[in-house]
Design a protein around this ligand. Structure first.
Ligand SMILES: [Zn+2]
Length: 289
């Protein structure tokens, strides 16, 4: 089944004409963060990459060790990343009441860093970790201290950030992970026993094979319903968790605009598809709308 392409490729003027005078819900993906130095692993120029599944993470201790070793390095990179002009443009549009809110598939928190206030982090956030046994959430920074203590010098040994490949979910490809020591949940035992919980810790990020929490999905639908139009920026709409909002807006008769460098799986729902970078396009919209 073909899922791409009946919408015409438009111009910036078409985008402006479609969105002018309307209050917008915005759905963003990895493309808005590439200019902040976080590669889009689904972008047209990216090497193929097999995403981790929730089942792999839960079911395979060696896989988890490898995952946390890579995350221990990659997390620092995301932690130091700064928002770009596209993030700031959306924050400015929200400040002026043009943008009602942002639904983002990114876990990098760069919309919040740029000043956006109504942000729905659809796929979670990189700066928190959840225990799969007791359900408690702890800051990623607290885990970082413990991982550093368990694995002194590991990040430095595998190479300084910049030499490693960084993926959007804070993975960095690192080979030497066999001796990495993983931290279990150090909260009190939820059953009241002595000692620590010991449960498996997982980034508070929605992985393939996991569902977005229903309450979060409901908030995102409500945002789309409250707006007059939907603007998609920097997402190939490959996964249903984001694409459903595009279909929902189109089914409700609301204008849909897609700004992305390559084709997307939501193009057929769009009134206008603009093949362009998001930073310059969002900055142009902030200057116009
Ligand atoms: Zn726990």
């Amino acid at each position: 089944m073909s899922t791409t392409g009946t919408a015409r490729a438009g111009t910036l003027a078409d985008v402006v004409a479609t969105l002018a005078g309307r209050r917008l819900a915005v759905l963003t993906g990895a493309g808005v963060s590439t200019d902040s130095g976080i590669p889009d692993y689904r972008g047209p120029d990216s090497p193929p990459r097999t995403p981790m599944t929730f089942q792999q993470f839960v079911g395979d201790e060696a896989f988890r060790r490898h995952y946390w070793a890579r995350n221990h390095v990659g997390w620092r990179h995301v932690h130091r990343t700064q928002p770009n002009g596209g993030h700031r443009a959306l924050a400015a549009l929200e400040e002026r009441g043009v943008v009602l809110g942002v639904i983002t598939q990114n876990v990098d928190l760069l919309h919040e860093a740029a000043g956006s206030r109504n942000v729905i982090d659809l796929h979670g956030r990189y700066d928190r970790v959840i225990c799969l046994r007791c359900g408690r959430v702890v800051p990623r920074a607290a885990l970082a201290e413990r991982l550093e203590a368990l694995n002194p010098g590991f990040a430095e040994r595998v190479g300084v950030v910049g030499d490693v490949e960084i993926a959007p979910d804070a993975d960095a490809v690192v080979e030497q992970t066999a001796d990495f020591r993983v931290q279990a949940c150090w909260q009190p035992d939820p059953d009241g026993g002595p000692g620590e919980c010991g449960g498996v810790l997982k980034p508070e990020i929605v992985y393939f094979g996991e569902n977005v929490p229903p309450e979060r999905v409901a908030r995102a639908f409500a945002l789309v319903d409250a707006a007059d139009a939907l603007l998609v920026a920097g997402s190939s709409l490959t996964v249903l968790s984001g694409r459903r909002f595009v279909k929902h807006a189109a089914d409700a008769g609301r204008p849909v605009v897609v700004v992305n460098r390559g084709e997307t799986r939501g193009d057929r729902y769009a009134d206008v598809v603009l093949h362009a970078g998001t930073t310059e396009t969002l900055q142009a919209l902030a200057a116009t709308l």
